[in-house]
Write a protein that binds this ligand. Structure first.
Ligand code: FES
Ligand code: FES
Length: 536
Protein backbone atom coordinates (compact mmCIF):
# COMPACT_ATOMS: atom_id res chain seq x y z
CA UNK A 1 0.00 0.00 0.00
CA UNK A 2 1.34 3.40 -1.01
CA UNK A 3 -0.18 6.60 0.34
CA UNK A 4 0.45 10.10 -0.93
CA UNK A 5 -1.30 13.43 -1.45
CA UNK A 6 -2.79 13.85 -4.92
CA UNK A 7 -4.04 17.29 -5.90
CA UNK A 8 -4.53 18.06 -2.20
CA UNK A 9 -6.31 14.84 -1.24
CA UNK A 10 -4.90 11.93 0.74
CA UNK A 11 -4.99 8.80 -1.45
CA UNK A 12 -3.85 5.20 -1.16
CA UNK A 13 -3.10 2.63 -3.87
CA UNK A 14 -2.72 -1.07 -3.18
CA UNK A 15 0.38 -1.58 -5.24
CA UNK A 16 3.95 -0.43 -5.05
CA UNK A 17 5.11 -1.37 -8.53
CA UNK A 18 4.73 0.57 -11.76
CA UNK A 19 5.32 4.18 -12.66
CA UNK A 20 3.55 7.19 -11.23
CA UNK A 21 2.22 7.93 -14.74
CA UNK A 22 0.56 4.53 -15.12
CA UNK A 23 -0.92 4.74 -11.62
CA UNK A 24 -2.29 8.26 -12.22
CA UNK A 25 -3.95 7.16 -15.43
CA UNK A 26 -5.03 3.63 -14.39
CA UNK A 27 -6.10 4.11 -10.81
CA UNK A 28 -7.25 7.71 -10.75
CA UNK A 29 -8.40 8.31 -14.34
CA UNK A 30 -6.26 11.45 -14.51
CA UNK A 31 -5.43 11.81 -18.20
CA UNK A 32 -3.81 15.25 -18.24
CA UNK A 33 -0.33 13.70 -18.00
CA UNK A 34 0.26 12.01 -21.37
CA UNK A 35 2.36 9.07 -22.46
CA UNK A 36 4.52 10.19 -25.38
CA UNK A 37 7.50 7.91 -24.81
CA UNK A 38 7.14 5.92 -21.56
CA UNK A 39 9.35 4.52 -20.17
CA UNK A 40 11.98 6.55 -22.02
CA UNK A 41 11.51 9.70 -19.93
CA UNK A 42 12.46 11.95 -22.85
CA UNK A 43 9.44 13.88 -24.16
CA UNK A 44 8.13 15.66 -21.05
CA UNK A 45 4.46 14.94 -21.88
CA UNK A 46 3.94 13.25 -18.51
CA UNK A 47 5.31 16.10 -16.38
CA UNK A 48 3.66 16.53 -12.97
CA UNK A 49 4.89 18.04 -9.73
CA UNK A 50 6.37 15.98 -6.94
CA UNK A 51 6.61 18.09 -3.78
CA UNK A 52 6.31 21.17 -5.98
CA UNK A 53 9.07 20.24 -8.47
CA UNK A 54 8.38 19.19 -12.07
CA UNK A 55 9.11 15.49 -12.64
CA UNK A 56 8.49 13.15 -15.54
CA UNK A 57 6.02 10.66 -14.10
CA UNK A 58 6.81 7.81 -16.53
CA UNK A 59 10.20 7.20 -14.92
CA UNK A 60 9.11 7.98 -11.38
CA UNK A 61 8.34 4.67 -9.57
CA UNK A 62 5.12 5.04 -7.61
CA UNK A 63 6.84 3.66 -4.52
CA UNK A 64 9.10 6.74 -4.57
CA UNK A 65 6.17 9.07 -4.00
CA UNK A 66 5.03 7.50 -0.74
CA UNK A 67 4.05 10.27 1.69
CA UNK A 68 4.84 12.95 -0.87
CA UNK A 69 2.63 15.48 -2.60
CA UNK A 70 1.71 15.07 -6.28
CA UNK A 71 0.04 17.74 -8.38
CA UNK A 72 -1.22 17.16 -11.89
CA UNK A 73 -2.66 19.63 -14.36
CA UNK A 74 -6.13 18.70 -13.11
CA UNK A 75 -5.13 20.07 -9.70
CA UNK A 76 -3.68 23.31 -10.98
CA UNK A 77 -5.11 26.40 -9.30
CA UNK A 78 -8.10 27.37 -11.45
CA UNK A 79 -7.01 30.97 -11.99
CA UNK A 80 -3.61 29.90 -13.30
CA UNK A 81 -5.04 27.03 -15.32
CA UNK A 82 -7.25 29.60 -17.02
CA UNK A 83 -4.40 32.05 -17.59
CA UNK A 84 -2.19 29.39 -19.11
CA UNK A 85 -4.84 27.82 -21.30
CA UNK A 86 -5.92 31.20 -22.67
CA UNK A 87 -2.34 32.31 -23.26
CA UNK A 88 -1.53 29.09 -25.13
CA UNK A 89 -4.65 29.44 -27.27
CA UNK A 90 -4.11 33.16 -27.91
CA UNK A 91 -0.52 32.69 -29.12
CA UNK A 92 -0.95 29.45 -31.09
CA UNK A 93 1.30 27.66 -28.59
CA UNK A 94 -0.86 24.55 -28.68
CA UNK A 95 -1.91 22.70 -31.83
CA UNK A 96 -2.58 18.98 -31.31
CA UNK A 97 -2.14 19.74 -27.60
CA UNK A 98 -0.55 16.44 -26.66
CA UNK A 99 2.66 17.99 -25.36
CA UNK A 100 0.98 21.01 -23.80
CA UNK A 101 -0.15 19.94 -20.29
CA UNK A 102 3.39 18.81 -19.44
CA UNK A 103 4.79 22.09 -20.73
CA UNK A 104 2.22 24.09 -18.77
CA UNK A 105 3.20 22.26 -15.58
CA UNK A 106 6.88 22.97 -16.25
CA UNK A 107 6.30 26.66 -16.99
CA UNK A 108 3.96 27.15 -14.06
CA UNK A 109 6.75 25.78 -11.85
CA UNK A 110 9.03 28.42 -13.36
CA UNK A 111 6.46 31.13 -12.72
CA UNK A 112 6.16 30.16 -9.07
CA UNK A 113 9.91 30.55 -8.74
CA UNK A 114 9.68 34.01 -10.34
CA UNK A 115 11.74 33.08 -13.44
CA UNK A 116 9.07 33.16 -16.13
CA UNK A 117 10.08 36.53 -17.57
CA UNK A 118 13.61 35.26 -18.24
CA UNK A 119 13.56 33.85 -21.80
CA UNK A 120 16.80 31.93 -21.24
CA UNK A 121 15.27 30.26 -18.19
CA UNK A 122 12.18 29.39 -20.24
CA UNK A 123 14.45 27.87 -22.90
CA UNK A 124 16.25 25.77 -20.29
CA UNK A 125 12.95 24.62 -18.84
CA UNK A 126 11.61 23.64 -22.25
CA UNK A 127 14.73 21.56 -22.92
CA UNK A 128 13.03 18.76 -20.97
CA UNK A 129 10.16 18.70 -23.50
CA UNK A 130 9.44 17.96 -27.12
CA UNK A 131 6.80 19.63 -29.28
CA UNK A 132 6.52 18.64 -32.91
CA UNK A 133 3.75 21.03 -33.97
CA UNK A 134 4.48 24.59 -32.89
CA UNK A 135 8.18 25.19 -33.53
CA UNK A 136 8.66 26.43 -29.94
CA UNK A 137 8.41 30.15 -30.68
CA UNK A 138 4.67 30.39 -29.92
CA UNK A 139 5.37 28.63 -26.60
CA UNK A 140 7.94 31.29 -25.72
CA UNK A 141 5.24 33.84 -26.63
CA UNK A 142 2.74 32.17 -24.30
CA UNK A 143 5.26 32.19 -21.44
CA UNK A 144 6.01 35.84 -22.05
CA UNK A 145 2.32 36.66 -22.17
CA UNK A 146 1.65 35.01 -18.80
CA UNK A 147 4.77 36.61 -17.31
CA UNK A 148 3.50 39.99 -18.51
CA UNK A 149 0.13 39.47 -16.83
CA UNK A 150 -1.92 39.10 -20.02
CA UNK A 151 -5.65 39.29 -19.89
CA UNK A 152 -7.58 36.23 -18.81
CA UNK A 153 -10.57 36.81 -21.07
CA UNK A 154 -11.21 34.22 -23.72
CA UNK A 155 -9.51 35.21 -26.97
CA UNK A 156 -11.71 37.39 -29.15
CA UNK A 157 -11.24 35.27 -32.21
CA UNK A 158 -13.44 33.13 -34.34
CA UNK A 159 -12.28 29.79 -32.97
CA UNK A 160 -14.45 27.92 -35.45
CA UNK A 161 -12.55 29.58 -38.32
CA UNK A 162 -9.32 28.86 -36.43
CA UNK A 163 -10.33 25.21 -36.29
CA UNK A 164 -10.92 25.20 -40.06
CA UNK A 165 -7.45 26.59 -40.63
CA UNK A 166 -5.95 24.09 -38.14
CA UNK A 167 -7.75 21.25 -39.91
CA UNK A 168 -6.36 22.34 -43.28
CA UNK A 169 -2.85 22.56 -41.90
CA UNK A 170 -3.00 19.32 -39.93
CA UNK A 171 -4.77 17.31 -42.61
CA UNK A 172 -7.28 15.97 -40.06
CA UNK A 173 -9.93 17.47 -37.80
CA UNK A 174 -8.37 19.78 -35.25
CA UNK A 175 -10.07 22.22 -32.94
CA UNK A 176 -8.65 25.37 -31.43
CA UNK A 177 -9.68 25.95 -27.84
CA UNK A 178 -8.17 26.83 -24.44
CA UNK A 179 -9.30 23.38 -23.22
CA UNK A 180 -6.83 21.71 -25.61
CA UNK A 181 -3.96 23.27 -23.64
CA UNK A 182 -5.16 21.55 -20.49
CA UNK A 183 -4.97 18.11 -22.05
CA UNK A 184 -8.54 17.84 -23.31
CA UNK A 185 -7.82 17.26 -27.00
CA UNK A 186 -9.92 14.08 -26.97
CA UNK A 187 -7.11 11.58 -27.57
CA UNK A 188 -8.12 7.95 -27.89
CA UNK A 189 -5.92 6.84 -24.99
CA UNK A 190 -7.92 9.26 -22.78
CA UNK A 191 -11.42 8.59 -24.03
CA UNK A 192 -11.68 4.79 -24.01
CA UNK A 193 -14.79 3.54 -22.16
CA UNK A 194 -14.25 2.87 -18.47
CA UNK A 195 -13.28 -0.74 -17.90
CA UNK A 196 -11.61 -1.15 -21.30
CA UNK A 197 -9.05 -3.90 -21.62
CA UNK A 198 -5.68 -2.45 -22.71
CA UNK A 199 -3.59 -4.09 -25.42
CA UNK A 200 0.00 -3.61 -26.52
CA UNK A 201 2.56 -5.57 -28.48
CA UNK A 202 4.89 -7.95 -26.66
CA UNK A 203 8.55 -8.61 -27.44
CA UNK A 204 7.50 -11.04 -30.21
CA UNK A 205 5.14 -8.58 -31.86
CA UNK A 206 2.00 -10.33 -30.55
CA UNK A 207 -0.85 -8.37 -28.92
CA UNK A 208 -1.16 -9.00 -25.19
CA UNK A 209 -3.89 -7.61 -22.98
CA UNK A 210 -4.41 -6.63 -19.37
CA UNK A 211 -6.70 -4.56 -17.18
CA UNK A 212 -4.03 -1.98 -16.35
CA UNK A 213 -0.96 -0.44 -17.95
CA UNK A 214 1.12 -1.36 -14.92
CA UNK A 215 0.40 -5.08 -15.45
CA UNK A 216 0.56 -4.79 -19.22
CA UNK A 217 4.09 -3.43 -19.15
CA UNK A 218 5.13 -6.45 -17.09
CA UNK A 219 3.22 -8.94 -19.25
CA UNK A 220 4.57 -7.57 -22.53
CA UNK A 221 8.14 -8.29 -21.32
CA UNK A 222 9.44 -5.42 -23.37
CA UNK A 223 13.06 -4.43 -23.01
CA UNK A 224 13.31 -0.89 -24.26
CA UNK A 225 15.64 -0.16 -27.16
CA UNK A 226 18.09 2.69 -27.21
CA UNK A 227 19.58 5.09 -29.65
CA UNK A 228 22.63 4.15 -31.61
CA UNK A 229 25.86 6.08 -31.77
CA UNK A 230 26.02 5.39 -35.52
CA UNK A 231 25.03 8.32 -37.73
CA UNK A 232 22.26 7.85 -40.29
CA UNK A 233 23.47 7.11 -43.81
CA UNK A 234 21.92 7.68 -47.22
CA UNK A 235 20.91 4.35 -48.79
CA UNK A 236 20.61 5.45 -52.43
CA UNK A 237 23.28 6.68 -54.82
CA UNK A 238 22.71 9.89 -56.73
CA UNK A 239 21.97 8.90 -60.38
CA UNK A 240 25.11 9.02 -62.49
CA UNK A 241 25.06 11.92 -64.98
CA UNK A 242 25.51 11.00 -68.64
CA UNK A 243 28.07 13.79 -68.95
CA UNK A 244 30.10 15.87 -66.50
CA UNK A 245 28.22 18.87 -65.21
CA UNK A 246 24.84 17.54 -66.32
CA UNK A 247 23.30 17.94 -62.87
CA UNK A 248 22.83 21.50 -61.69
CA UNK A 249 21.88 20.14 -58.26
CA UNK A 250 22.26 16.79 -56.50
CA UNK A 251 20.83 15.51 -53.22
CA UNK A 252 20.52 12.25 -51.28
CA UNK A 253 18.28 11.92 -48.20
CA UNK A 254 17.67 9.27 -45.54
CA UNK A 255 14.68 7.86 -43.64
CA UNK A 256 13.01 10.50 -41.49
CA UNK A 257 10.69 9.76 -38.58
CA UNK A 258 7.50 11.85 -38.57
CA UNK A 259 8.05 12.30 -34.84
CA UNK A 260 4.46 13.01 -33.75
CA UNK A 261 4.08 13.08 -29.98
CA UNK A 262 0.85 11.12 -29.46
CA UNK A 263 1.72 7.45 -29.89
CA UNK A 264 -0.89 5.48 -31.87
CA UNK A 265 -4.00 4.58 -29.88
CA UNK A 266 -7.51 3.41 -30.80
CA UNK A 267 -10.33 1.86 -28.82
CA UNK A 268 -13.33 -0.15 -29.93
CA UNK A 269 -16.46 -1.62 -28.37
CA UNK A 270 -17.56 -5.12 -29.42
CA UNK A 271 -19.28 -4.83 -32.80
CA UNK A 272 -18.54 -1.10 -33.00
CA UNK A 273 -16.23 1.04 -35.09
CA UNK A 274 -12.74 1.86 -33.79
CA UNK A 275 -12.08 5.38 -32.50
CA UNK A 276 -9.91 7.60 -34.66
CA UNK A 277 -6.15 7.63 -34.30
CA UNK A 278 -6.28 11.27 -35.42
CA UNK A 279 -7.99 12.80 -32.42
CA UNK A 280 -6.85 16.40 -32.66
CA UNK A 281 -4.47 16.58 -35.59
CA UNK A 282 -3.15 14.45 -38.36
CA UNK A 283 0.24 13.30 -37.03
CA UNK A 284 1.66 14.55 -40.34
CA UNK A 285 -0.18 11.78 -42.17
CA UNK A 286 1.47 8.97 -40.25
CA UNK A 287 -1.36 7.22 -38.41
CA UNK A 288 -3.90 6.71 -41.17
CA UNK A 289 -3.19 2.96 -41.43
CA UNK A 290 -2.08 2.34 -37.87
CA UNK A 291 -2.16 -1.31 -36.71
CA UNK A 292 -3.99 -0.27 -33.52
CA UNK A 293 -7.19 0.27 -35.53
CA UNK A 294 -7.60 -3.37 -36.58
CA UNK A 295 -6.19 -4.68 -33.29
CA UNK A 296 -8.77 -2.77 -31.21
CA UNK A 297 -11.66 -4.00 -33.38
CA UNK A 298 -10.48 -7.63 -33.50
CA UNK A 299 -9.67 -7.92 -29.79
CA UNK A 300 -12.94 -6.24 -28.77
CA UNK A 301 -14.80 -8.90 -30.75
CA UNK A 302 -12.73 -11.75 -29.34
CA UNK A 303 -12.95 -10.61 -25.72
CA UNK A 304 -16.46 -9.16 -25.95
CA UNK A 305 -15.14 -6.15 -24.04
CA UNK A 306 -14.12 -2.63 -25.09
CA UNK A 307 -10.42 -2.67 -25.93
CA UNK A 308 -7.88 0.16 -26.09
CA UNK A 309 -4.92 -0.79 -28.32
CA UNK A 310 -1.71 1.21 -27.96
CA UNK A 311 1.74 1.42 -29.48
CA UNK A 312 4.72 2.35 -27.36
CA UNK A 313 7.16 4.91 -28.72
CA UNK A 314 9.49 2.10 -29.71
CA UNK A 315 6.68 0.37 -31.62
CA UNK A 316 5.97 3.63 -33.43
CA UNK A 317 9.58 3.81 -34.58
CA UNK A 318 9.73 0.15 -35.61
CA UNK A 319 6.35 -0.06 -37.34
CA UNK A 320 5.33 3.44 -38.40
CA UNK A 321 5.91 4.85 -41.88
CA UNK A 322 8.93 7.04 -42.63
CA UNK A 323 9.67 9.69 -45.18
CA UNK A 324 11.16 7.72 -48.09
CA UNK A 325 14.89 8.16 -48.75
CA UNK A 326 15.75 9.38 -52.23
CA UNK A 327 18.63 10.59 -54.37
CA UNK A 328 18.34 12.87 -57.36
CA UNK A 329 20.18 14.85 -59.97
CA UNK A 330 18.36 17.76 -61.63
CA UNK A 331 19.39 19.81 -64.65
CA UNK A 332 19.16 23.60 -64.81
CA UNK A 333 15.95 23.29 -66.87
CA UNK A 334 14.19 21.41 -64.04
CA UNK A 335 14.37 17.98 -65.65
CA UNK A 336 16.27 15.14 -64.03
CA UNK A 337 16.27 11.68 -62.48
CA UNK A 338 15.18 10.70 -58.98
CA UNK A 339 15.91 7.31 -57.38
CA UNK A 340 13.57 6.66 -54.46
CA UNK A 341 12.70 3.85 -52.04
CA UNK A 342 9.68 2.06 -53.52
CA UNK A 343 6.64 3.85 -52.05
CA UNK A 344 3.03 3.71 -53.22
CA UNK A 345 2.04 6.97 -54.90
CA UNK A 346 5.54 8.47 -55.10
CA UNK A 347 5.58 8.73 -58.91
CA UNK A 348 2.34 10.70 -58.94
CA UNK A 349 3.50 12.87 -56.02
CA UNK A 350 6.68 13.91 -57.83
CA UNK A 351 4.87 14.39 -61.15
CA UNK A 352 2.41 16.78 -59.48
CA UNK A 353 5.12 19.45 -59.19
CA UNK A 354 7.99 18.22 -61.38
CA UNK A 355 6.74 16.40 -64.49
CA UNK A 356 10.23 16.59 -66.02
CA UNK A 357 11.74 14.32 -63.38
CA UNK A 358 11.99 10.62 -64.15
CA UNK A 359 11.30 8.60 -60.99
CA UNK A 360 13.02 5.23 -60.56
CA UNK A 361 11.69 3.20 -57.62
CA UNK A 362 14.28 1.02 -55.88
CA UNK A 363 13.71 -1.78 -53.38
CA UNK A 364 15.61 -0.67 -50.29
CA UNK A 365 15.94 -2.73 -47.11
CA UNK A 366 14.43 -0.55 -44.42
CA UNK A 367 11.32 0.46 -42.48
CA UNK A 368 8.00 1.16 -44.23
CA UNK A 369 7.72 4.42 -46.14
CA UNK A 370 4.63 6.35 -47.11
CA UNK A 371 3.49 9.16 -49.36
CA UNK A 372 0.84 9.96 -46.76
CA UNK A 373 3.57 11.71 -44.78
CA UNK A 374 3.51 15.46 -45.11
CA UNK A 375 4.31 16.26 -48.76
CA UNK A 376 6.56 13.20 -49.14
CA UNK A 377 7.89 13.16 -52.69
CA UNK A 378 6.50 16.40 -54.02
CA UNK A 379 8.30 18.54 -51.45
CA UNK A 380 11.71 17.00 -52.22
CA UNK A 381 11.07 17.33 -55.97
CA UNK A 382 9.90 20.93 -55.65
CA UNK A 383 12.95 21.83 -53.56
CA UNK A 384 15.26 20.17 -56.08
CA UNK A 385 13.71 21.91 -59.08
CA UNK A 386 13.73 25.31 -57.34
CA UNK A 387 17.41 24.85 -56.39
CA UNK A 388 18.37 23.77 -59.91
CA UNK A 389 16.51 26.61 -61.61
CA UNK A 390 17.51 29.31 -59.12
CA UNK A 391 14.03 29.96 -57.75
CA UNK A 392 13.21 30.83 -54.11
CA UNK A 393 9.50 30.15 -54.41
CA UNK A 394 7.64 26.90 -53.90
CA UNK A 395 4.13 26.25 -55.19
CA UNK A 396 2.37 23.29 -53.61
CA UNK A 397 -0.02 20.98 -55.46
CA UNK A 398 -2.78 22.57 -53.34
CA UNK A 399 -1.95 25.98 -54.84
CA UNK A 400 -0.13 27.66 -51.92
CA UNK A 401 3.04 29.61 -52.62
CA UNK A 402 5.79 30.20 -50.09
CA UNK A 403 9.29 31.62 -50.00
CA UNK A 404 11.81 31.91 -47.19
CA UNK A 405 15.17 33.45 -46.35
CA UNK A 406 17.73 32.78 -43.62
CA UNK A 407 19.41 35.55 -41.65
CA UNK A 408 22.47 34.71 -39.61
CA UNK A 409 24.53 37.86 -39.85
CA UNK A 410 22.27 40.55 -38.45
CA UNK A 411 23.24 42.81 -35.57
CA UNK A 412 21.03 44.56 -33.06
CA UNK A 413 21.10 48.24 -32.09
CA UNK A 414 23.80 47.41 -29.56
CA UNK A 415 26.03 45.97 -32.29
CA UNK A 416 25.76 42.43 -30.93
CA UNK A 417 24.96 39.56 -33.28
CA UNK A 418 21.30 38.62 -33.29
CA UNK A 419 20.13 35.03 -33.10
CA UNK A 420 19.60 33.34 -36.48
CA UNK A 421 16.20 34.00 -37.95
CA UNK A 422 14.02 32.74 -40.75
CA UNK A 423 11.66 34.99 -42.68
CA UNK A 424 8.74 33.32 -44.42
CA UNK A 425 6.12 34.61 -46.83
CA UNK A 426 3.10 32.46 -47.59
CA UNK A 427 -0.02 32.87 -49.71
CA UNK A 428 -2.51 30.08 -49.07
CA UNK A 429 -5.85 31.71 -49.74
CA UNK A 430 -8.12 33.14 -47.07
CA UNK A 431 -6.13 33.29 -43.84
CA UNK A 432 -9.15 32.34 -41.66
CA UNK A 433 -7.16 32.78 -38.45
CA UNK A 434 -3.74 34.43 -38.42
CA UNK A 435 -2.65 32.99 -35.06
CA UNK A 436 -3.31 29.43 -36.14
CA UNK A 437 -1.76 29.81 -39.56
CA UNK A 438 1.32 31.53 -38.14
CA UNK A 439 1.79 28.75 -35.58
CA UNK A 440 1.51 26.10 -38.31
CA UNK A 441 4.10 27.96 -40.40
CA UNK A 442 6.53 28.30 -37.50
CA UNK A 443 6.07 24.59 -36.79
CA UNK A 444 6.80 23.81 -40.43
CA UNK A 445 9.95 25.96 -40.29
CA UNK A 446 11.05 24.03 -37.21
CA UNK A 447 10.45 20.73 -38.98
CA UNK A 448 12.36 21.95 -42.05
CA UNK A 449 15.30 23.00 -39.91
CA UNK A 450 15.47 19.55 -38.37
CA UNK A 451 14.92 17.75 -41.66
CA UNK A 452 17.79 19.51 -43.44
CA UNK A 453 20.29 19.72 -40.58
CA UNK A 454 19.73 17.07 -37.91
CA UNK A 455 16.93 14.54 -38.48
CA UNK A 456 17.43 11.02 -39.74
CA UNK A 457 17.09 7.43 -38.55
CA UNK A 458 19.94 4.96 -38.48
CA UNK A 459 18.91 1.64 -40.03
CA UNK A 460 20.86 -1.58 -39.42
CA UNK A 461 21.87 -4.23 -41.97
CA UNK A 462 18.55 -6.02 -41.48
CA UNK A 463 16.58 -2.92 -42.36
CA UNK A 464 15.56 -2.25 -38.73
CA UNK A 465 15.64 1.22 -37.15
CA UNK A 466 18.18 1.34 -34.33
CA UNK A 467 17.36 4.86 -33.20
CA UNK A 468 14.52 3.80 -30.93
CA UNK A 469 14.20 6.70 -28.52
CA UNK A 470 12.31 9.90 -29.21
CA UNK A 471 15.44 11.98 -28.62
CA UNK A 472 17.33 10.06 -31.31
CA UNK A 473 15.25 11.42 -34.19
CA UNK A 474 17.17 14.72 -34.19
CA UNK A 475 14.19 17.04 -33.53
CA UNK A 476 15.51 20.59 -33.07
CA UNK A 477 15.55 21.70 -29.41
CA UNK A 478 14.06 25.01 -28.27
CA UNK A 479 17.48 26.57 -27.68
CA UNK A 480 18.49 25.77 -31.28
CA UNK A 481 15.31 27.07 -32.88
CA UNK A 482 15.65 30.23 -34.91
CA UNK A 483 13.31 33.18 -34.62
CA UNK A 484 10.69 33.00 -37.36
CA UNK A 485 9.01 36.00 -38.97
CA UNK A 486 5.92 34.96 -40.93
CA UNK A 487 4.27 37.22 -43.50
CA UNK A 488 0.75 36.06 -44.33
CA UNK A 489 -0.55 37.28 -47.68
CA UNK A 490 -4.19 38.36 -47.46
CA UNK A 491 -6.24 36.72 -50.18
CA UNK A 492 -9.84 36.11 -51.17
CA UNK A 493 -9.03 32.76 -52.71
CA UNK A 494 -10.40 29.69 -50.93
CA UNK A 495 -8.14 28.63 -48.09
CA UNK A 496 -5.68 25.80 -48.79
CA UNK A 497 -2.94 24.20 -46.72
CA UNK A 498 -0.02 26.62 -46.48
CA UNK A 499 2.42 25.05 -44.02
CA UNK A 500 3.50 22.26 -46.37
CA UNK A 501 4.66 24.89 -48.87
CA UNK A 502 6.45 26.61 -45.96
CA UNK A 503 8.16 23.35 -45.01
CA UNK A 504 9.46 23.13 -48.58
CA UNK A 505 10.43 26.80 -48.84
CA UNK A 506 12.31 26.83 -45.53
CA UNK A 507 14.02 23.53 -46.39
CA UNK A 508 15.15 25.09 -49.67
CA UNK A 509 16.36 28.27 -47.96
CA UNK A 510 18.38 26.39 -45.33
CA UNK A 511 19.89 24.09 -47.94
CA UNK A 512 20.86 27.10 -50.04
CA UNK A 513 22.25 28.94 -47.01
CA UNK A 514 24.50 25.96 -46.29
CA UNK A 515 25.80 25.84 -49.86
CA UNK A 516 23.65 22.98 -51.20
CA UNK A 517 25.47 20.03 -49.57
CA UNK A 518 24.82 16.75 -51.42
CA UNK A 519 23.17 14.91 -48.53
CA UNK A 520 20.78 15.54 -45.63
CA UNK A 521 20.95 15.78 -42.70
CA UNK A 522 23.85 18.14 -43.14
CA UNK A 523 24.86 18.07 -39.47
CA UNK A 524 25.37 21.83 -39.55
CA UNK A 525 23.05 23.78 -37.26
CA UNK A 526 21.60 27.01 -38.54
CA UNK A 527 24.09 29.83 -38.15
CA UNK A 528 27.02 27.66 -39.13
CA UNK A 529 28.37 28.99 -42.39
CA UNK A 530 30.80 26.11 -42.56
CA UNK A 531 30.05 24.13 -45.68
CA UNK A 532 30.38 20.44 -46.31
CA UNK A 533 33.32 19.22 -48.36
CA UNK A 534 30.67 17.60 -50.49
CA UNK A 535 29.17 20.94 -51.49
CA UNK A 536 28.36 20.72 -55.15
S1 FES B 1 6.04 9.97 -21.44
FE1 FES B 1 7.26 10.53 -19.78
S2 FES B 1 8.83 11.72 -20.65
FE2 FES B 1 7.73 10.97 -22.35
S1 FES C 1 1.20 20.89 -29.88
FE1 FES C 1 3.12 20.14 -29.21
S2 FES C 1 3.27 18.18 -30.09
FE2 FES C 1 1.42 18.97 -30.93
Amino acid sequence: MISFRLNGLHVTVDRDDGSLLDVLRDEFGLHGAKDGCAPQGQCGCCTVWVDGDPRVACVTPVRRVADRSIETIEGLDSEWAQRWSIAFCATGATQCGFCTPGIVMRLEGLRRRGDLADEAAVGRALAAHLCRCTGWRPIFDAASSVAGGADTDRPERDLEAAGRRATLEGGAPQRVSPAVALGRGGFSADTAPEGSVIAMLDANGEWVTSETMVELRVRSRRVQGRRTTLAPSVPLEIPAPSRAGEWAIELATTWVEPGYLECDAAWCEPGGSPSTTLANGGAFGAKIDSPVIDAAARLAGELDRPVLALLTREDVVRLGPKRPPMAFGIRSDGTGVMRVARTAGIIEAVASVAPGIEVIEVDVLGPPTSCDLRGAGWIEAAIGVAAATGSDTITSPAGATASAAIHTDQRGHDGLMLAPSISVRVDCGEVLDAVTLRSACVGAAHQALGWVTSEGLTIDGHGEPVDLTIRSFGIVRPSDMALVDVELVESDRPAVNGSDAVLAAVGLAIWKHQGFPRSWPTGHPLGSVEQSEETS
